[in-house]
Write a protein that binds this ligand. Structure first.
Ligand code: PEP
Ligand code: MG
Length: 885
């Protein structure tokens, strides 16, 4: 076996990794290696692999054998290349230490800069830079970063001392502190370090390096990183790489600077170099939002050569990677260095525009463009917008950091956001600026508003990634965290006050503003047309009313995969008749009540058929247990008895009679139709009469009548015979012939096991009801699972909530068995899914690979499902698809 390699070098003349090695080198390491290979100026350094991180954890937090030697060898190579020496008092090498997982993770450890500075090496730095102020500034920053990031001391402790120093020396900005003040500060910081850590600040650079490497490894299992991974579905066993890189300084004076930039606008996708930078600053200053950064194009005047070089580099990198990139750079005394390249995070709008523009520019093909937009991202297009007719009390404007409008009650800490949201409140998180600790609260909030920070601040980047509306850097906000209030010019927002933000414009509005539903237009519509070109599985919607059906059509549904008829029963004008039916003592009484329901149901079905204009509509016969239609509390029961003119005791008695210990496993679904056939008969009659009448009017209709909760072949046979008989009667009477189908839901394991027999009994289609199928396969009540499922997921007993994403190993096997058995009896059996999973990207891919004809989901998820279906096809068929289009 060849010896494991732990460390990869990058530097002029020798680069061991490249851009394809993200798994091993992490995103940052792979990017640095690739840029070095391309001849782009990158300060030399090395990457300790992600595998090393895993080995370290598997080995009781000990380095694997040989790793440290490799670090020393690589350090020596860097020293030779730079003509410097780590720890040397004359010509000291300083390095940065940064984490870098395969996927960029804002929850991970930040960067430690200026590592290698000690009381002795600082002398060399002063001598070489001829700038005492710069050297002490670097040292005080290093102590702060090392203490907070590596040793876990609260950064604010250092900030307080710094603030005091500024006050005492009467300056406003850190950069105005004199060399002497900074020198004093270093002394004070070291004393503070000793007080907090109980040890002297380490004066051995190798010890500093070791501790920093350990901290990077340790941060992989830090709370923030774990939360981020959980929210983003990133596996825990990927590990992080550690990048050790020669320091270059953006804070060496006015010919130095540092910045972050995107090759296109990450918010809108506009084809324009987009970035922020600061002159005479280190990288942390830009991201932290302490000083308000300037636009990257403003660099042209003070540093024309470096700016020109940056333009050339960004263009060539974008051409090379064929994607929008996120770059970090530093200019040291007029010379440009690139510190990071990675594919840039972007909003859905930007993802779409960039993908489509790149097709126009001939950079990528349509297939790649489609794969560049994640199905979940489409959610952002489907974000509500502020009703243009709403009267708004606009308070101020910040940066439009992440699009969409959000309305919520103001809270001022992430913890409160989580607590309030748990209680069912809609909250808007207002912070001075956010940090990785706030991730949970940001997730719980409807939107995020910050007083500080630019478009690349933590809040902006994370909110965009989450698809949450965010307004950042609103300087008019004055937050008083203690009082839990925030002043915006003359107005005061208190905790619990309704606030609206518009993340697309940056506006902050007082009050609970009305939001309106989105629609598919412009670029989005064109993109969705492309998606349909690469999609060979149907997407339908679950819709119970003509209005839902209209929304579904607007979003591109090709039919209705589930119309739950019980929702029609709850409408105010008919619940009374439904209750009369339940209270009837015999069949005749039930039929009398049902006769009142018939015309109303017929009207509903006509409405839906009309909207769907010849597209298939799957209507499910009544599913829930009857007691769901009766009130249970005494007060409501008494009122109902009065309203219906029956004795309250009778209602109570009927309620007791209908009571079930496990209603979801009880008298519901086709079991109702089997025992009270008149209920299903009336429903079938209503469906068929509606279809016949419309067909006569020239409207084509495709009804698909669906029997729920079938477990036994005999249940299906009985229900199908009844349905066919009623349909024939209605058609004969109406003298028209309507093409219709009768099928079943597969939502019980037994149905999947005997699927072939159900088809032999005449089922013409299957629709997998994966909500119930998950519940019954797991023996896990879907209504109660919320009490402990999160624990299961947190403790990795389950990889994720099986009610959200199909449990492929269990429920998935039953689905595959059901399809294969069903099709063994009827080759071309039409199969779909109508459980919630039909609108979840991973489940859609599973359904595609299992050979389903369509997925059906809520109307608002139809675009997502369309894109997920196209992705599934493109992934499965690979490049074959692109050659045919
Ligand atoms: C299902 O069980 O997946 C289904 C679609 O039916 P319901 O959610 O109405 O039980
Ligand atoms: Mg069901």
């Amino acid at each position: 076996m060849s010896k494991k390699k732990y460390v990869y070098f990058f530097g002029v003349g020798k680069t061991e990794g490249d851009g394809t090695m993200k798994d091993l080198l992490g995103g940052k390491g792979a990017g640095l290696a690739e840029m070095t290979k391309l001849g782009i100026p990158v300060p030399p350094g090395f990457t300790i692999t992600t595998e090393t991180c895993n080995d370290y954890f598997n080995n009781n937090s000990q380095y694997p054998e040989g790793m440290w030697d490799e670090v020393l060898t690589n350090m020596k190579m860097v020293e030779d290349l730079m003509g410097l020496k780590f720890g040397d008092a004359e010509k000291p090498l300083l390095v940065s230490v940064r984490s870098g997982a395969k996927f960029s993770m804002p929850g991970m450890m930040d960067t430690v800069l200026n590592l290698g500075l000690t009381d002795s090496t600082i002398e060399g730095v002063i001598k070489r830079s001829n700038n005492e102020k710069f050297a002490y500034d670097a040292y005080r920053r290093f102590i702060t970063m090392f203490a907070s990031i590596v040793m876990g001391v609260d950064r604010m402790e250092f900030e307080h001392v710094l603030d005091k120093k500024k006050e005492k020396t009467k300056v406003k900005y850190d950069s105005e502190l004199s060399a002497d003040a900074l020198k004093e500060l270093v002394k004070e910081f070291k004393a503070l370090y000793k007080k907090k850590v109980n040890q002297d600040f380490p004066q051995d650079p190798m010890e500093q390096l070791k501790l920093a490497i350990n901290a990077v490894f340790g941060s992989w299992f830090g709370e923030r990183a774990k939360t981020y991974r959980k929210l983003n579905g990133i596996a825990d066993d990927l590990g992080t790489a550690v990048n050790v890189c020669t320091m270059v300084f953006g804070n060496m004076g006015d010919t130095s600077g540092t910045g972050v930039a995107f090759t296109r606008d990450p918010s809108t996708g506009e084809h324009k170099f987009y970035g922020e930078c600061l002159i005479n600053a280190q990288g942390e200053d830009v991201v932290a939002g302490i000083r308000t950064p300037m636009k990257v194009e403003e660099l042209e005047k003070p540093m024309p050569d470096a700016y020109k070089h940056l333009m050339e580099i960004y263009q060539s990198l974008e051409k090379h990677y064929k994607d929008m990139l996120d770059l970090e750079f530093t200019i040291e005394d007029g010379k440009l260095y690139m510190l990071q390249v990675r594919v840039g995070k972007r909003t859905a709008a930007a993802a779409l525009k960039i993908a489509m523009d790149m097709v126009d520019e001939g950079m990528i093909d349509k297939k790649t463009a489609i794969l560049r937009v994640e199905p979940q991202q489409l959610d952002q297009f489907l974000h509500p917008m502020i009703d243009p007719k709403a009267k708004l009390k606009k308070l101020a404007k910040g940066l439009p950091a992440s699009p969409g409008a959000a309305v919520g009650k103001a809270v001022f800490t992430a913890k409160e956001a989580e607590e309030w949201a748990e209680k069912g409140e809609k909250v808007l998180l207002i912070r001075l600026e956010t940090s990785p600790e706030d991730i949970g609260g940001m997730h719980a909030a409807k939107g995020i508003l910050t007083a500080r920070g630019g478009m690349t601040s933590h809040a902006a980047v994370v909110a965009r990634g989450m698809g949450k509306p965010c307004v950042a850097g609103c300087g008019d906000l004055v937050i008083d965290a203690k009082k839990k209030t925030c002043t915006v010019k003359e107005d005061v927002i208190k905790e619990g006050d309704w606030v609206t933000i518009n993340g697309s414009t940056g506006e902050i509005i007082l009050g609970e503003t009305k939001l309106i539903e989105p629609s598919i237009t412009g670029d989005f519509a064109k993109f969705m047309d492309w998606v349909d070109e690469f999609k060979d599985m149907g997407v339908r919607a679950n819709a119970d009313t003509p209005h839902d059906a209209e929304v579904a059509l607007k979003f591109g549904a090709e039919g209705i995969g589930l119309c739950r008829t019980e929702h029609m029963f709850f409408e105010e004008d008919r619940i009374k008749a439904v209750r009369e039916m339940i209270l009837a003592d015999d069949e005749a009484g039930r039929r009398k009540a049902l006769a009142k329901i018939l015309p109303m149901q017929k009207k509903d079905f006509k409405g839906i058929f009309k909207v769907m204009k010849g597209k298939p509509v799957t209507i499910r016969l009544l599913d829930p247990p009857l007691h769901e239609f009766l009130p249970h509390a005494d007060k409501e029961l008494n009122a109902l008895a009065k309203e219906m003119g029956v004795a309250a005791s009778k209602l109570k008695e009927r309620n007791e009679l209908l009571h079930e210990f496990n209603p979801m496993l009880g008298h519901r679904g086709c079991r109702l139709g089997v025992t009270y056939p008149e209920i299903y008969e009336i429903q079938v009659q209503a469906i068929m009469e509606a279809a016949c009448e419309l067909q006569k009017e020239g409207v084509s209709v495709i009804p698909e009548i669906m029997i729920p909760l079938v477990a036994l072949t005999a249940e299906f046979t009985k229900m199908k015979d009844m349905t066919v008989k009623i349909c024939n009667d209605v058609m004969e009477k109406a003298k028209v012939k309507v093409e219709y189908m009768v099928g079943t839901m597969i939502e019980l394991p037994r149905a999947a096991i005997v699927a072939d027999k159900i088809v032999e009994a005449g089922a013409e289609f299957f629709s997998f009801g994966t909500n119930d199928l998950t519940q019954t396969t797991f023996g896990l009540s879907r209504d109660d699972a919320g009490r402990f499922l999160p624990f299961y997921v947190d403790h990795k007993i389950l990889p994720e909530d099986p009610f959200v994403s199909i449990d492929i190993d269990g429920v998935g096997e039953l689905i595959k068995m059901g399809i294969s058995k069903g099709r063994s009896a009827k080759d071309k059996l039409k199969v779909g899914i109508c459980g919630e999973h039909g609108g979840e990207a991973k489940s859609v891919e599973f359904c595609y690979n299992a050979g389903m004809n369509y997925v059906s989901c809520s109307p608002y998820r139809v675009p997502l499902a369309r894109l997920a279906a196209a992705h599934s096809m493109l992934k499965k068929k690979g490049s074959a698809a692109s050659t045919t289009k």
